[in-house]
Design a protein around this ligand. Structure first.
Ligand SMILES: C[S@@+](CC[C@H](N)C(=O)[O-])C[C@H]1O[C@@H](n2cnc3c(N)ncnc32)[C@H](O)[C@@H]1O
Length: 230
């Protein structure tokens, strides 16, 4: 007599969306992940993950851009955590673009954006050259999100002499005591663009990105840059 198979172990229903976000295969996959994540994104990221990247980046934007009426584009704005932090510094003309309609809805509910629209930075946005004084992006400069070629689109959208403030997440465990990290190739690419005379790197700051409240986890760092398109 063959043994009856035992019950399957209870499946782990906690989705590892942060892990999945690092393995996306294209815009459809990205949109599907974030549409599904939108409703609990803020609670999960601001709670267990200790996500401080948006607040840290907004501080750098506020120092780099004294004019609070400057036209700002928040790329991959998601649920609007960056817009909310920027509004806290007094910025009043913040637009946001994102691939995911559900994330955009959450951003709209925060009431801090002048305009929100769907778009794919990799495919290019239907906007005139030099439409913005500045652009900011947090959580979006990642291999499976906008990828290095999208930097050309950003340089097209921001006027010469403006500011681009990318926040580049360094690898998992890059927090206090962690090792060095190349930021998925973005940091090197900014240096190449500077050598080619397309932008100037005005500042680079290493800052906390995720600081989970649990004491076991040291968290991740990021590097926030201030770039001037030439
Ligand atoms: C990790 S979330 C970050 C959201 C927000 N900036 C924050 O810090 O909370 C990444 C966001 O980028 C968006 N995204 C990814 N690839 C994109 C692309 N190519 N164009 C526009 N948005 C994109 C996703 O839909 C998602 O909302």
């Amino acid at each position: 007599m063959s043994a009856e198979p035992g019950p399957d172990p209870a499946p782990d229903r906690t989705p590892d969306r942060v892990g999945r976000a690092r393995r996306l295969t294209g815009p459809e996959d990205t949109r599907a992940l974030y549409d599904d994540w939108a409703a609990d994104y803020d609670a999960e990221l601001l709670g267990a993950k200790g996500y401080v990247g948006p607040v840290e980046t907004a501080k750098v934007v506020a120092e780099a851009l004294p004019d609070r009426t400057a036209a700002l584009l928040d790329i991959g704005c998601g649920t609007g955590l960056v817009g909310a932090a920027l509004a806290g510094h007094g910025f009043s003309a913040i637009d946001g673009v994102d691939l995911s309609p559900a994330m955009l809805e959450r951003a709209r509910a925060k009431g801090v954006y002048r305009r929100l629209f769907a778009g794919d930075l990799l495919a290019g946005l239907d906007l005139p050259d030099h439409a913005y004084d500045a652009a900011v992006g947090v959580g979006v400069f990642s291999v499976s999100h906008i990828a290095v070629p999208a930097l050309d689109e950003l340089l097209r959208l921001v006027r010469p002499g403006g500011r681009i403030v990318p926040c580049i997440r360094l690898g998992p465990g890059s927090g206090p005591g962690g090792g060095r990290d190349d930021g998925g190739g973005f940091l090197r690419r900014f240096e190449v663009l500077e050598s080619a005379g397309r932008l100037r790197i005005l500042a680079r700051r290493r800052a906390p990105y995720m600081r989970p409240p649990s004491e076991q986890a040291a968290g991740d760092d990021c590097e926030i840059l201030v770039l001037e398109p030439l």
